[in-house]
Structures are given as C-alpha cells and as structure tokens.
Design a protein around this ligand. Structure first.
Ligand code: GLY
Length: 361
C-alpha cells in the first residue's frame, strides 16, 4: 500500500505519495488538479527509463500529454534552458490550465518547478522525484530555481507543487554515488529533529543500501514527515526552515571553491555536518561520542567525513559570500544534541577554524 505524507500549508497543502510503481500517478494527479494539457519534463538520463510509462498514466485518462527532454546535468539549470522550455510550452499552446510534471532528480525539479512558477505567472506542477535526494528533500517545500553565473539557485521562486509522487522502484536505476548523496540529507533529518529516526538510519545500513522495500519506504516516509513539518512551520525560510541547512555552510563553501565540480552536494554536506558537530562541541557542549556516531554513520553510507584542500582563509572568505551570511556574520546550524540544533551567527572565527581543521584528512 502506498504511504501518504501531507504537507500542511493551508490552501497550498499537498500530499506526498510514496509508492512502488507509477500505476496510481494519473488518478492521484486528477484528484488535485484538472489539467487540460500536461508536459512531462525530464532529462536525457531519466527520460529513456520512465518517460513513456509516465506519459501513459495521463494519456490513459485522455489528457493531452507532451514530453520535453533536456540534457542531463547541473549546467541545464540555466536561463537559456529555461527559455527553451518556455518556447516549447508556447509551441504546444500550453495555457494557464496546463500543468508540468517534473520527472527526475533535483535539477529537473528545480528547473521544471521554476518554469511552472513563472510561465503565464504560474501554472500547477507535479513533482515525480527519481532520486533519493529529490524524494526526501528537493521535491518538497516549493523551492524552485535556476543558476546565474553569479551564483547557484539565485534566480527562483517559492512555488509549491500540487502533488509529490515518489515511486521507490526508480531508485533501482540510481547510481550508487547518487544514492549515497541522498542519504546525507536523510542523516541530516535525523540529527536536526528525530533521534529515533537517526538511530533507525544508523542501524539499517544494509537494508537501506540494498533497497529493501519496507525499510526504504519507512526511511523516505520518515524524512518526508520531518521535512514537511519544518516547511509547514516556516514555508519561506524566515526562521526554523533554516535548520535544513545543517551541514550546508561548509558544504556550500567547498562546492563553490571547486566551481561545483569537486564534490557532489551530498558529499560536501557529509563533511559539512561533521564540521558543524565539531563547532557544536565547542559552542554548545555537543557530546564528542555523538560526533563519532555521526561520522560512522556518514562513512557507512560511503560519504566522506573529511576533506583536504583549501586554506581556512579561503574557506571563510567563501562562507562570507554565501546567501546564508547575514550582516557579515557566518550562520551555522549547530547541534546541541542529536535531534536538537540551533541556528547561530558565529563571529568566533577561531572556533570555526578549529572545527574546519578537525575535518582535515
Ligand atoms: N533544502 C533545504 C530547504 O528546502 O529548505
């Protein structure tokens, strides 16, 4: 049986359906919207695997359905690619009664989501995530964006999907490194909110890595519940939603210093979470035994817990340029204990440097 998690946002509320195939996708979509036309947007890796099956769900309901395929990769999260999508939507006469379906990982969700947010001042869209990162994180909460040469995700909007439909069997075709990266966000959810969930993820490494369905479905459901509770409380990140940035302060610096080519996002978040734990030891008496547990868990999912490049000065300068920096002070999400974090503006540079140094291999 599919699991359902609700994202409670008043009139913008929607369900996340966790299922083992695409069979219910069409019927779940028409329960929430009545699209005259659908365009399914996917990338060149995912479309050959699932596009026909997904399109059929809508065609069987006599909905005019189109597909648009773009080149896989972060480079496609661009203004020029966005314009191509608008051109396609005009060519198929998509109007305000049309909907988009984002079939794929985080890049597809962000790009198609922003196309939906902006085309005709906003049309409905459905997230159909096919990576674990997209299932537990990027498809939920309405953040949509493309990149600008001046910065990642800098041109975007909050635009909530009408439905998220996660078919867990698509994870069978996800490359192992990408699966590991999604697990960084899963581990993050446990540390920021739910000690029991963290312990579950820590204990069930084998079942999770081998995609044992019941365990995987509990993991995705658990993470979706944590993320949706946070988003429901603070849709536009004016407060508590920032706890989802746990591990991201150092992560964004490492990604930016390597021009987004040196690390996958989840790998950088792995190291970043360890740095935040060391900072927690110094600033909030976080227990070193818990830091060790977190490092073990990160490594058990084949993610790095250490790094070796860049001086502290380079890293701090990069952190200062990040979106999370406010009034010239670097903001960190720092653990007090597993399940409880605080958002701190840290001006103690020696504490930051010390935490970074402890992550060096
Ligand atoms: N990925 C962080 C957020 O959705 O707020």
């Amino acid at each position: 049986m599919p699991q359902t998690v609700n994202v409670e946002l008043g009139e913008r509320s929607y369900n996340i359906i966790i299922d083992e195939n695409f069979c219910r996708l069409g019927e779940e979509v028409v329960k929430v919207i009545k699209p005259a036309k659908i365009t399914v947007i996917s990338d060149s890796n995912i479309a050959p695997l699932y596009m026909d099956e997904v399109k059929k769900q809508f065609e069987d309901l006599s909905i005019e359905t189109h597909s648009y395929i773009f080149k896989a990769g972060e480079e496609s999260k661009s203004l020029s690619q966005l314009e191509e999508i608008y051109n396609f939507l005009f060519s198929v006469k998509a109007d305000r009664k049309s909907a988009l379906v984002a079939l794929g990982g985080g890049v597809t969700g962000d790009l198609a989501g922003y196309a939906a947010a902006s085309y005709m001042r906003g049309i409905p869209f459905i997230q159909v995530p096919t990576s674990i990162l997209a299932m537990v994180d990027s498809s939920i909460g309405g953040k949509t964006a493309v990149n600008h040469p001046k910065g990642k995700n800098t041109i975007g909007a909050f635009h909530q999907p009408s439905l998220v439909y996660a078919n867990l069997s698509t994870l069978k075709t996800l490359p192992k490194e990408e699966f590991a990266c999604g697990m960084a966000e899963v581990i993050k959810h446990g540390i920021i909110k739910e000690p029991c969930y963290f312990s579950f993820v820590r204990q069930k490494t084998t079942e999770i890595k081998t995609l044992e369905y019941q365990t995987l479905s509990r993991v995705v459901e658990g993470s979706c519940k944590i993320k949706s509770a946070v988003v429901s409380e603070d849709e536009r990140e004016s407060g508590v939603r920032a706890i989802l940035n746990f591990g991201h302060t150092l992560a964004h610096a490492l990604e930016s210093l390597t021009n987004y080519k040196g690390y996958r996002h989840g790998e950088a978040v792995g190291v970043g979470m360890v740095a935040a734990c060391y900072l927690g030891e110094e600033l909030l008496s976080f227990d070193n035994e818990d830091t060790k547990k977190i490092i073990e868990t990160i490594q058990s999912y084949n993610l790095p817990a250490t790094f070796s490049k860049f001086s502290n000065e380079e890293i701090i300068e990069s952190m200062m340029g990040d979106k999370k920096t406010e009034y010239g002070t670097i903001r960190f999400v720092v653990p007090k204990k597993i399940g409880k974090v605080e958002i701190l503006a840290v001006d103690n540079l020696s504490a930051i440097k010390n935490a970074i140094d402890r992550c060096r291999a």
